[in-house]
Design a protein around this ligand. Structure first.
Ligand code: ATP
Length: 274
C-alpha cells in the first residue's frame, strides 16, 4: 500500500467498532478542516459537552503547541484531536491529564504498531528520540477551581519525511516511518481512547499516574537546559543541570552545578537535552 491509499478521511465507523469505552470518544465531533481542535473543544467544554467528548479534524489551519508554537500536519494523514474532561483536580494538578493521555498514546503505539515510546518532559512522545506526538492540556478555571480540561493530542501517524516542513524534519518522526509501513489511524485512535478511559478511571479512583509517567520519562538522568518563557519573566532566565525527578504535579526537579535544587513548572519553560 502506498501512502496515498492511506490518506483518506477518517472512517468513524471503524473507530466506533473498536471502542470499548463507556464515555471517552462516545460523543464525536468530526470536522474535515478546522482552526484548532483545542479551540472548538474549549468552546464545547464551556457549554458542558459530555465528559470524554472527542473533537477530531483531518486538517487544522491553526494547530498549536505550547507557548503559541505551531503544530503542523498534512491533511488526512495524522491524528489531530482533543478530549474534554471535568476532573476533580486542583488546577496545579492538571498536568496529570497530560500524563494520563501521554501514557495512553504510548500504550497504543505498543499495542497497534509494536513500537516502544518514551516520554519527553513535559509533553512530547518520542520514538527513537524523535518526536512522534505532542500533548497540549489547556484549562478552564472557575474562580480558583478547575472547570474543565481540554487535552489536545497531535500524533504523526502516516506522514512521511518528504511531507514534513523543514522546521521539524530533523526532530520529528511518524508511526509509519518507524514501522516501515502505513498504520490505520482508526485503529490507533480507538486504542488511544480505550487507554485514556482506563487510565482516567484509575486516576479518579485515587491512583496517581505520576509514577508510571516518571518511569517512562526519557528526560530523567539527562543533563538539560531550561529556558523560562513565561510572560512575566522579565529577564530571560535559564538554567542547566541534571534532571533528577518529577513531583506529584509533574514539575521537574533540576540539580544545578552549585548543588542547589530547582523546581521547574511545565507551563513556562522550554527544555533542551544536552
Ligand atoms: P519541543 O518539541 O522543542 O520540546 P515543545 O514541547 O514546547 O517543544 P510543543 O508545544 O509540544 O513543543 O509543539 C510545538 C513544536 O513542535 C513546534 O515548535 C515544532 O517545533 C514542533 N512540531 C510542530 N509540528 C510537529 C509535528 N507534526 N511533529 C513533531 N513536531 C512538531
Amino acid at each position: 500500500m502506498n501512502r496515498n491509499d492511506m490518506a483518506h478521511p477518517l472512517e468513524l465507523a471503524q473507530v466506533r467498532a473498536r471502542l470499548t469505552t463507556d464515555y471517552v470518544g462516545r460523543e464525536i465531533v468530526y470536522r474535515a478542516r478546522l482552526g484548532s481542535t483545542n479551540d472548538l473543544a474549549q468552546e464545547m467544554a464551556r457549554q458542558r459537552a459530555p465528559e470524554g467528548t472527542l473533537v477530531i479534524a483531518d486538517e487544522q489551519t491553526a494547530g498549536r503547541g505550547r507557548l503559541g508554537r505551531q503544530w503542523l500536519s498534512p491533511p488526512c494523514t495524522n491524528l489531530l484531536m482533543s478530549l474534554i474532561f471535568y476532573p476533580l483536580l486542583a488546577p496545579a494538578q492538571a498536568q496529570r491529564m497530560t500524563m494520563v493521555c501521554a501514557l495512553a498514546v504510548a500504550d497504543a503505539l505498543g499495542l497497534v504498531a509494536g513500537l516502544r515510546a518514551d516520554i519527553k518532559w513535559p509533553n512530547d512522545i518520542l520514538l527513537r528520540e524523535k518526536k512522534v506526538a505532542g500533548v497540549l492540556t489547556e484549562l478552564g478555571l472557575q474562580g480558583d477551581a478547575l472547570a474543565y480540561t481540554v487535552v489536545g493530542i497531535g500524533l504523526n501517524v502516516n506522514v512521511q519525511i518528504s511531507q514534513m516542513p523543514d522546521l521539524i524534519r530533523q526532530t520529528a518522526t511518524s508511526v509509519a516511518i518507524e514501522k516501515g509501513e502505513p498504520v490505520s489511524r482508526e485503529a490507533l485512535l480507538a486504542a488511544i481512547l480505550n487507554g485514556v478511559e482506563r487510565r482516567y478511571e484509575r486516576m479518579r479512583q485515587g491512583e496517581s499516574p505520576v509514577d508510571e509517567w516518571g518511569a517512562r520519562l526519557a528526560t530523567l538522568g539527562q543533563r538539560v537546559h531550561v529556558a523560562d518563557m513565561s510572560a512575566d519573566a522579565t529577564t530571560a532566565e535559564s538554567w542547566e543541570g541534571w534532571a533528577e525527578r518529577v513531583d506529584d504535579d509533574g514539575a521537574l526537579w533540576l540539580r544545578l552545578d552549585d548543588g542547589t535544587a530547582r523546581r521547574v513548572l511545565a507551563g513556562d519553560v522550554t527544555l533542551r537535552a544536552h
